[in-house]
Design a binder for this molecule. Sequence first.
Ligand code: HEM
Length: 97
Amino acid sequence: MGLNPDPPDLAHEGAEQAPERLFWVLKNGIKMTGMPAFGMTHTDDQIWAIVAFLKQLPRLNPQQYAAMLKEAGVRPSPAGGEPEAAPAPGAAPPSPH
Ligand code: HEM
């Protein structure tokens, strides 16, 4: 990606960093990087929910992540998410149901 500095690998940041620090970074952003401040648009409760997600992220496998997206009503991105989730070449398109 074209960001300098590069964004972190969140699957590792979540495991390594204290919840309080993740909360602070998410709420305030990081100056002079691309990291936005979610405190402008999200409540503290919503930011803690993101922290809770980051803490689970290292333990999620692609199937569990896909199930969470489905439960949240998020459609898969057209760019394709995890390589494991990509349909095999020549596979039938996913059913809309
Ligand atoms: C829910 C969405 C996001 C989460 C949970 C998140 C989380 C984080 C965390 C925890 C850090 C601190 C890493 C450290 O301690 O060094 C960070 C830094 C950063 N994030 Fe995000 N971020 C999000 C969205 C974004 C977006 C949308 C962008 C850019 C478009 C972005 C770009 C960056 C960059 C460039 C850094 C700085 C890395 C550094 O200081 O070297 N982040 N992010």
